[in-house]
Ligand binder design. Structure first.
Ligand SMILES: [Zn+2]
Length: 104
């Protein structure tokens, strides 16, 4: 079946079935992912397209895992996977432990 742009369940930015705390990159609001709202809008080609939107009034950010991210950095979805953010796997900055200076 062809991807249906109006089928919220098949959208790749669908929030998880189990709500998690998320934070919007744009408005900086933190809320439960079940507040992410499915909205159907007119698309550029004159058709209609559904998008998962940030519930904050005036914020136009869309998509769980796109603009709206889990606050838990170790978040995994029901399938144990997650969108990859491994643009910077190697951490250049050493972990600084509080009070852990090694001065002799
Ligand atoms: Zn937002």
């Amino acid at each position: 079946m062809i991807h249906d742009p109006l089928d919220s369940r098949r959208d790749c930015f669908k929030p998880p079935d189990t709500p998690v705390e998320v934070c919007c990159l744009h408005c900086d609001e933190t809320y439960q992912s079940d507040r992410i709202a499915w909205r159907v809008e007119a698309s550029a080609d004159g058709g209609r397209q559904g998008v998962w939107c940030c519930p904050t009034p005036g914020c136009g950010d869309v998509g769980f895992g796109f603009d709206i991210l889990p606050t838990d950095p170790n978040y995994r979805d029901e399938n144990g996977g997650w969108v990859c953010f491994d643009e910077d796997q190697e951490d250049d900055e050493p972990d600084e432990e509080p009070g852990g200076h090694t001065c002799n």
